[in-house]
Write a protein that binds this ligand. Structure first.
Ligand code: ADP
Ligand code: FRU
Length: 303
C-alpha cells in the first residue's frame, strides 16, 4: 500500500545518547574567571537523540537505538524520551559505565554554542545488537557517524541484505559530522550522506561546494550528498546528475541557541526526502526549520 502524504513514517536514528548541561551566559567567559549563568538546565543530547526529538516534533514515529549507561542519568533520559514520544525500548542498557556528558556554554550575545564533551567508557553499539532489531518496522534508518565505523558499516550491510530480500525498501542516511578521518569510510554505504562544515574543514575544504564535489566522488551511484554550512545555508546534489542545489540560511530575529542546529537540519531534511520532496525543496525546508531552532532555546516549538 502506498503511503499518503499525511501518514506517519517510521524513523530509526542510531547513535549517541548523552546529557547536555546547558549554560546560557551573558557573555563568553574569560579563562580562570568565576561566572554566573543566566539559565542552566539538563537537556537530552547526542546527535541521534536530537534527530529523534526533532523528527518526533515534526510528527513522525520515531525510535532511538544507542547504548545507555545504567547510571544516575538513566531516569532523566528515559523520562525525556517518553515526554517526546520516542521509543527507546531496544536500547541496550550498559552496567558499570558512566553516562557521556557535555557541558554546553551558549553565549547570549550571538547564540554560539561551545561544547566540552566527555565519554569515559560507554561502549558503542555493535552490529550484533543491531541484527536483533525487526527492520520491517522502519521506513528510514539514519546513522550518526560514530568512531565505530566498522560496526556501523556492518549495520548498513544488514540493511542492504534486508533490502535485497524484501519488497519493502528501507532508505538510509549517514551523517559525517565529527572531525574524524575514518568517517569517510561510510561515504559509500548509504542513500543520503550529510557532511558537516566541521568534518569538511578537517579534510581541508573551506567551501561547501568543494566538500560536496569531494563526497560526490566517493558516494554510491545515485546517492544524495548534502552539506549544511552554518550561516551559508546548505548545498546538495544527486550523484550522476548535473545540478547542484543551494538553499540560503533563514535567520531568526535573534539567534538564541545554535546547539543542535545541524541535528535539526538533518532531521527535517530526511523527513522531507522520505516524503519524496525534490532535493531543492528539502534543503529549503531543512534550513528553515534549523533557522527557526536557532531562534529558540532547545527544540520545543518546532512543528
Ligand atoms: P552544526 O550544528 O552541526 O555545527 P551548522 O552550524 O552547519 O551545523 O548548521 C546547520 C544548519 O543550521 C545550517 O545549514 C543553517 O541552515 C542552520 N543554521 C546554523 N546556524 C544558523 C544561524 N546562525 N542562523 C540561522 N540558521 C542557522
Ligand atoms: C549537538 C550534540 C550535543 C552533544 C554533542 C556531542 O550536536 O549532539 O547534544 O552534547 O553534540 O558531540
Amino acid at each position: 500500500m502506498s503511503q499518503g502524504p499525511m501518514e506517519k513514517k517510521n524513523f530509526l536514528c542510531v547513535g549517541l545518547i548523552c546529557v547536555d548541561i546547558m549554560n546560557h551566559v551573558e557573555k563568553f567567559p574569560t579563562e580562570d574567571s568565576d561566572n554566573r549563568a543566566s539559565d542552566q538546565y539538563w537537556q537530552r543530547g547526542g546527535n541521534a537523540s536530537n534527530n529523534c526529538t526533532v523528527l518526533s516534533l515534526l510528527g513522525e514515529n520515531v525510535s532511538i537505538f544507542g547504548t545507555i549507561a545504567n547510571s544516575n542519568e538513566l531516569g532523566f533520559l528515559q523520562d525525556d524520551f517518553k515526554k517526546y514520544n520516542i521509543s527507546f525500548n531496544n536500547c541496550p542498557i550498559k552496567e558499570n559505565v558512566t553516562c557521556p556528558l557535555s557541558i554546553a556554554i551558549v553565549n547570549k550575545q550571538n547564540g554560539s554554542r561551545t561544547i566540552i564533551h566527555h565519554n569515559r567508557n560507554l561502549p558503542e553499539l555493535t552490529s550484533d545488537e543491531f541484527s536483533k532489531l525487526d527492520l520491517k518496522n522502519f521506513d528510514w534508518i539514519h546513522f550518526e557517524g560514530r568512531p565505530s565505523v566498522d560496526e556501523i558499516s556492518g549495520m548498513l550491510q544488514i540493511i542492504d541484505t534486508f533490502n535485497e530480500k524484501y519488497d519493502k525498501k528501507i532508505r538510509t542516511s549517514v551523517e559525517l559530522e565529527k572531525k574524524r578521518e575514518t568517517l569517510k569510510l561510510l561515504a559509500d554505504r548509504a542513500d543520503v550522506i550529510f557532511v558537516s562544515k566541521g568534518h569538511a574543514s578537517m579534510l581541508g575544504y573551506n567551501k561547501k561546494e568543494d566538500a560536496l564535489l569531494h563526497y560526490l566522488k566517493k558516494c554510491r551511484p545515485k546517492a544524495t550528498v548534502i552539506v549544511p554550512w552554518a550561516e551559508e545555508g546548505a548545498v546538495g546534489q544527486v550523484q550522476g546528475q548535473d545540478q547542484m542545489f543551494h538553499s540560503p540560511c533563514f535567520s531568526p530575529d535573534k539567534v538564541i541557541d545554535t546547539l543542535g542546529a545541524g541535528d535539526t537540519f538533518v532531521a527535517s531534511c530526511i523527513q522531507a526526502l522520505s516524503r519524496d520532496l525534490p532535493l531543492a525543496h528539502a534543503l529549503k525546508i531543512a534550513c528553515k526549520v534549523a533557522g527557526f531552532k536557532c531562534g529558540i532555546k532547545g527544540y520545543d516549538g518546532i512543528s
